[in-house]
Ligand binder design. Structure first.
Ligand SMILES: [Zn+2]
Length: 127
């Protein structure tokens, strides 16, 4: 696993949800399962077995989404005075949609950062 100097920025790869090495092929399988990853890159052949984002995308997603949804609910309540049932419909529909899209970008960005920083589990050095 090596990051060449021609690799795109991890943040560009993350926003495009593309391969962290070539930035050309999509990282995720498809729209029906938006968070499932492919086994390897279709363009450069990078094997995605090294990927280990753990709970990172979910933690960042909870913080960002919580801020946006609570802020949006407060604005909707106090600026526009929407009724309580509108909050349930609005946030009950928008929150899961935002969550999936946000998780895609965050997961792709953390994978690209893991790739570019060569982050992996610690190992005892072989001498
Ligand atoms: Zn690639």
């Amino acid at each position: 696993m090596s990051s060449s100097s021609t690799s795109p920025s991890p943040f560009v790869s993350g926003l495009k949800c593309a391969c962290p090495r070539c930035g050309k092929a999509p990282l995720f399988a498809g729209p029906l399962n938006p968070l499932a990853m492919r086994d390897k890159c279709d363009a450069c052949g990078l094997d995605y077995k090294f990927v280990d984002t753990g709970d990172g995308p979910a933690v960042f997603g909870i913080f960002i989404l919580g801020f946006l949804c609570v802020g949006g609910a407060l604005i909707a309540e106090f600026k526009f005075g929407v009724p309580w049932w509108m909050h349930i419909i609005l946030w009950g529909i928008l929150t899961p949609i935002f969550a999936v899209f946000l998780l895609r970008f965050l997961k792709a960005t953390l994978i690209a950062l893991q790739f570019s920083n060569k982050a992996e589990e610690g190992r005892i050095a072989k001498e």
